[in-house]
Ligand binder design. Structure first.
Ligand code: HEC
Ligand SMILES: [Cu+2]
Length: 345
């Protein structure tokens, strides 16, 4: 028994050590999106608050730990100590008051500063120039709608960068088509849940162009871990160019008619939209500009022709339990439909 428990403890200890080591290595490499590198106003406010909380709790830790270490050392057992029970001391109203009132004050300060930041972020006035995006969580992918531009896309969000000269903010309305999800891009803002029949809001004003990674942060089913988020913060020119392209209907390419027929005959179009065609399904991601995305199936893999073909052949290869069925296409049909989708720039 004893050895079994010891083994288990060692096992658990080494697993924890391994986790801490690898996660700190990942953070050091910058591979993991980190709340410690904020790039947008709400994220900055949350980061500053966490530094404040860590400073106070760290101070308490140092004082308590220091006094404890000092006491352990100074009053350690010595050979010369007299035998018998040491003097017992009871009741000091002053000391008891001090260790009750001071912690209460500290908790009140932490509570008030936290509440202030929460309200500052939630009640921030929305500038009339703000970009509106509606985010809809699905098992296991993200739908993004830009109502003002009549654009619908999936999994990779594009928003404009904000500068002091031209402040830009993106306001998101979040809801869900099925279960609860949570939208979290650590460098840009806090987590916000997506709940069916309910709209939550959040905003962000990223100050630096680039790619920001995120993740569904609420367990939503078997492929929750593969519900990744990519936010491209574009310069104004990049954003305009991207938006112009998204607004175009899918180009018609006569060399891939066969693939288009497969798409329209094999039920793909019941679940997917390709604008400018008969395909208006809404259950799966909009594929009108599939090739403008760097990844497929919510960041599950790179958007390469081979991956695309394999995905259509068997989505389970990449996402076991994804809600797209394997459509049992022949090799020829697979080649044709892949070639067709490859033209959706
Ligand atoms: C029953 C509905 C359904 C049918 C039928 C269907 N799909 Fe899908 N498809 C989905 C769903 C749901 C997803 C999102 C899966 C995920 O990421 O978890 C998806 C994802 C995709 C993607 C990746 C999209 C992206 O934005 O990364 C492609 C490409 C795709 N489907 C192509 C096809 C093709 C081609 C067919 C026909 C052979 C087809 N689908 C049939 C539901 C369907
Ligand atoms: Cu989710």
């Amino acid at each position: 028994m004893q050895t079994l428990r010891a083994q288990r403890l060692i096992h658990r200890g080494s697993a924890t050590a391994w986790f801490l080591l690898t996660s700190s290595m990942l953070i050091a490499q910058g591979a993991t999106p980190s709340t410690l590198a904020p790039a947008s106003t709400p994220a900055h406010q949350i980061f500053d608050l966490s530094v404040f909380v860590v400073a106070i709790t760290g101070g308490i830790f140092l004082i308590v730990g220091g006094l404890l270490a000092l006491t352990l050392y100074r009053f350690r057992a010595r050979k010369t100590d007299p035998l018998g029970e040491p003097a017992q001391i009871y009741g000091s109203t002053q000391i008891e008051l001090a260790w009750t009132v001071i912690p209460i004050l500290i908790v009140v300060v932490l509570f008030l500063t936290t509440a202030r930041i929460i309200f500052a972020i939630q009640d921030a006035p929305k500038p009339h120039t703000a970009l509106d995006v509606t985010v809809i969580g699905h098992q296991f992918w993200w739908e993004f709608r830009y109502p003002k531009y009549a654009v619908i896309t999936a999994n990779e969000l594009h928003i404009p960068v904000s500068s002091d000269a031209a402040p830009e903010a993106t306001f998101l309305k979040l809801t869900s088509a099925d279960v609860n999800h949570s939208f979290w891009i650590p460098q840009l803002a806090g987590k916000t849940d997506l709940i069916a029949n309910h709209v939550n809001t959040m905003w962000m004003d990223p100050k630096k162009p680039g790619l920001y990674l995120g993740q569904c942060a609420q367990f939503c089913g078997s492929q929750h871990a593969m519900m990744l988020l990519r936010v491209y913060v574009d310069t104004p020119e990049q954003f305009d160019a991207w938006m112009k392209n998204q607004q175009r209907a899918a180009p018609r390419d006569s060399t891939v008619e066969a693939g288009r027929t497969v798409f329209e005959k094999q039920a793909c179009m019941n679940c997917h939209t390709i604008s400018g065609t008969a395909a208006t399904g809404r259950f799966g991601p909009d594929l009108t500009h599939l090739m403008s995305r760097a990844t497929l199936a919510s960041g599950a893999m790179d958007n390469s022709p081979a991956n695309l073909r394999q995905w259509i052949k068997s989505p389970d290869t990449f996402k076991r339990g994804a809600l797209m069925p394997a459509m049992q296409l022949t090799d020829e049909q697979l080649n044709q439909v892949t070639a067709y989708l490859e033209t959706l720039k």
